[in-house]
Structure formats: C-alpha cells, structure tokens
Ligand binder design. Structure first.
Ligand code: ZN
Length: 384
C-alpha cells in the first residue's frame, strides 16, 4: 500500500506532512524550558527567544501559556530577572568582583560541602561558584585563589578588586593579608548600605530559591543541593540580565561567543546512560536509568546521579526520558513546603511557615543525620 510520496534524500525519504509543517521535531514547550532553566520567569525566557540571545532554544506550542508551576508556588515566587544595579559602570574583566558566602547548609553535600562562595565579575555579570566544607580562613582563601587563577588563565586579566559584605565573618586577616600581598584592592561595605554590596548576596538568595524549586520539582534528596546550586549558576550565566545592555548573556560577554542551550535539560530529569562495559552480556540492557544533575560550563558531558551508589558521574552517551504528561512530574503539592527548605537558612517567606508549626508535617525520623557520610536517596519525603 502506498502511504506517501516525497523526495528521497540519500537512502531516506523526507516526508512533508500536511497540517504539521510547523512542528519542530527537536524542541520543547515553554513549560519544559521553564523547568529546564531552573524555573526562570517567563518574561526572561521569552526575552531569550525573541532577541535571539542564545542558540538552540527551539520552542513548539509557542502560544500555549505556562500552566501554574506548583514548584514555583511552593517557593512562593517566580524567580525575577537577575538585576544588577550598580552606580559605577565597569568595563574590564577583573576590575571589580562581588563575592559572598552562603551557609551553613545543615545537609552535607556529596563531597561534604556545607557552604558555597560566589564570585561575580562586575563588567561581564559572569558568576562562578565554589563549594566549601568549612569557612575556615585557609579554606576561604583557597577558593579566592582559585578564582583569581581562573580569571588570569582564561582571560589574561588580573583580578584588581574584591567587594565583600562586612557582615560576614569569613573575610579574615589571613585573606586580607594575602590580597595586600598580591596588590589586590578590596572594598568592605556595610550591610545594605549600597546597591553594590547587595549584588552577590541577592544572587546567592536567588540561586537558593531556584534550588528549592528544582529539588522540589524533581522530588530529589537535599543531599544533591550542591549539584543544583552549581547548575543554577550555569543557567544564570546563560540567562538575560539587566547588567548587560547589548542583548547578550553573561556567558557571551565573558567567553565572546553565544551559548548553545540545546543541551539544557530539567534538573532531576530521568536519563538513560549507556553502560560502557565491554564484558556486558549481550542479552543484558545496554543502558540504565539515572538522574540528570547538571552540565559543566565547557563540558559536553552530562552529569548524572547514580541512586544505587550515590555517586555523581558523567557521560556523553545519554538519552533523556521525556515525561508523558504534566502529571508525570513527581512534585506533590501540599500545605507544607517541601521538607528540604527547613534545612536551609530561612528566607523571610519561609519564616511564616515556621510560625505556624501545625502546617508542618515533617517526621523528624525522616530527616537525614548530618553526621552520616553518605545519605541515601530520600524520595520518600515527597511521596507520602
Ligand atoms: Zn516553576
């Protein structure tokens, strides 16, 4: 029986089907991009697309509005565009770097992390993050040294000045002595005294809000918080920002080429990873299901979480399993926020929940023990 007639290209027939000519085969809906971009607000997402700021942002079902995202509702916010309002305009990489430390996060990360420190270049709005086990002087100094080396190696520019918030005790004499020795200036600002010193702090808060939504949306263990934060920083660099005017992302401003977002997937998505073991039995499955937990800024490899070994691994040979319906998203919306938010330093809006303890249905028995070296997956948190 003849089904269709069309052009033959090499050994394949290209079919043009009436009525579906606008269908993009490799594409996502706005809803899927909202999840993939770590719950980025729709205004920024539309801006990325309409101004052609990144490559690979294909959208089908363009006119369909985003349904009300329950993970965002639970966080009580759609994440606003990253705003950088500084009084002075910086033009060169390294001229000014805003930095801030976040923590302590009670739940230990896969490598024992309890803190993260962010660095944002004022000229390019490009941010980097480092995870720390403690906030001892030598640990903080080590993270600062790594950033200074990264900037010099990648751009040939020297870091000339850091801006710290004086309310944080992590900037100690050892750090200041090293900066002086290197000829690096520093500016210590009083908390909330200027628009500038709030930039790094605001960034860290925004990242944590997105991290809440990402972990809750995928019903993942809090133990993966550093991976979610790392991915959120990656996403932040490929999203629009008010700090840059020429319709470019921080990524493009820093690296001088457009980012390609075609490999951006939702944090916590189910991913099938090719088993690369030569001794595998031919009748055994060739791939195994794991959880996607991020991308490196310059890595073509996908990071995934192996639930059996509790390891974070990388692979280039992966296939993403697309949810069949929205109902497949495992997030369960209850009166109470996801239990993981209780383990992070509280945001103003979360304090409200604490003042109404009867709303909380957290079984203390279910909470992870901070001293446990490796915490098993806690999917049970969200499924009851
Ligand atoms: Zn959302």
């Amino acid at each position: 029986m003849l089904l269709a007639v069309d052009d033959k290209i090499s050994r394949l027939y290209q079919l043009c089907l009436a009525g579906v000519t606008n269908c993009v085969l490799v594409a996502c809906t706005w809803d899927e991009w909202h999840h993939a971009f770590g719950h980025l607000n729709m205004k920024s997402l539309h801006y990325l697309k309409t101004h052609n700021i990144v490559n690979g942002l294909e959208v089908h079902n363009r006119n369909a509005d985003l349904y009300q995202c329950k993970a965002c509702l639970a966080g009580k916010s759609h994440v606003q565009p990253f705003s950088h309002k500084s009084q002075r305009k910086y033009t060169e990489i390294g001229e000014m770097t805003y930095t801030d430390l976040f923590g302590k996060v009670d739940q230990k990360g896969p490598c024992g992390e309890h803190y993260f420190i962010s660095f944002t270049d004022a000229a390019k709005a490009h941010s980097c993050v480092n995870f720390l086990k403690t906030k001892e002087a030598n640990v903080v100094l080590d993270a600062i040294k790594k950033y200074v080396t990264f900037i010099f190696t990648q751009t040939g520019k020297k870091v000339k000045c850091f801006c710290f918030d004086s309310s944080k005790e992590y900037i100690n004499q050892e750090v200041l002595d090293w900066l002086k020795l290197q000829g690096i200036n520093y500016k210590i600002t009083a908390p909330k005294s200027s628009a500038q010193n709030g930039i790094a702090e605001c960034l860290n808060r925004t990242v944590i809000e997105c991290t809440h939504s990402m972990l809750a949306s995928a019903s993942l263990s809090l133990f993966l918080w550093p991976e979610a934060v790392q991915y959120e920083f990656y996403l932040k660099n490929i999203c629009p920002t008010h700090a840059l005017h020429d319709n470019i992302t921080p990524y493009e401003a820093f690296w001088n080429h457009k980012s390609n977002v075609s490999n951006v997937e939702e944090f916590g998505a189910k991913v099938w990873v090719l088993i690369q073991n030569k001794h595998i039995n031919k009748l055994q499955p060739k791939a195994k299901q794991h959880i996607f937990v991020g991308l490196g800024e310059h890595s073509h490899a996908y990071q995934y979480y192996n639930q059996e070994t509790w390891q974070i691994l990388t692979s280039q040979n992966v296939t993403f399993e697309k949810p069949q319906t929205r109902a497949d998203r495992s997030f369960q919306f209850n009166q109470a926020p996801p239990p993981n938010v209780l383990l992070l330093p509280l945001l103003e809006k979360e304090k409200e929940y604490i003042s109404h303890p009867n709303k909380l249905q957290v079984d203390p028995e279910m909470l992870p023990t901070p001293s446990t070296p490796q915490v098993p997956p806690l999917h049970a948190y969200y499924t009851s």
